[in-house]
Write a protein that binds this ligand. Sequence first.
Ligand code: TYM
Length: 325
Amino acid sequence: MRIFSGIRPTGDLHLGNYLGAIKQWIPLQQINECVFCIVDLHAITTPYDPKKLQKNILETTAIYLAAGINPEKSIIFVQSQIKEHAELAWLLETITPMGELKRMTQFKEKSEQHKDYINAGLLNYPVLMAADVLLYKGEAVPVGKDQEQHIELMRSLAKKFNQKFGQTFKEPESLILKEGSKIMSLTDPKKKMSKSDEPKSCIFLFDAPEDITKKIMSATTDSGKDIKYNITKKSGISNLLTIYSLLSGKTTQELEKEFKGKNYGEFKKSLAEVVVNYLEPFRRKQKELASREAYIQEILKKGQDRAQIIAKATMQEVKEKMGLV
Ligand code: TYM
């Protein structure tokens, strides 16, 4: 299968991005053809600092590598380096109903967050996302739960294009994990972990060990004292149990047994240790980054060359079908 996914290089990727998306990319590489993108054209739809964008792109690439993406196998590249993404997005926009875009949850949330930055790019964000995947004739898209609605639109655009212009695209399915597809905020476990929230609600992959420990120790929990998974009554503890389980490989039932009779403080202390140790290679990679910039650039260039071949062929086909050549 051809797999496609991407992350916005907005700096400071968090544990939600890792557990919901990147972690599931690694095993997929074994038997599939994977394309992993750094979606900088999406990152500029919300306020950003142009001076930091290149650094964020390199950091995101370093995270892909630290997590275990193998650049010899998978294609890793930067979206803006392949102009066909923007070109196909424009063509797909001509078959996208405005109403569908306006009702997208992410558009509504981001418009609410950045009231003075509601741009057309933000509205068209899901069409560019559809172009990303369809350009490579992607069949499956591993993402977190919050992207489900965008993949639905992607499927309907693929279908509509095929009906209008002839069979061209597969309808990509979303790959959403049962556990980890929605990691919640540490300060408000009813909300998803998000980098646009206060820093202590999020564990960033490059956080210093002492910050990770502080954030976990002060994470919001209920007034009870049992370490039990119950998403409605004990959402805070349940979220921490999910994180513990995904990073340690133990099931939540095993963890409940292990921490029977122990208090929240003991559990959180142990979780902090697990998280600190798990993220150690990410901190190391970030430090290495300064001296390895040329290596990372080389990986991105190779990825671009490989991606370009596929993108060019699809665009040629699409243009022919649409009567543009
Ligand atoms: P971005 O950068 O907002 O998110 C990257 C990935 O992280 C997942 N995610 C989470 N998963 C679990 N719990 C959370 N709290 C959490 N927060 C974020 C997101 O679901 C996503 O998988 N629009 C995409 C980027 C994109 C893309 C694409 C993805 C652009 N083109 C084509 C797939 C295919 C996004 O959400 O990025």
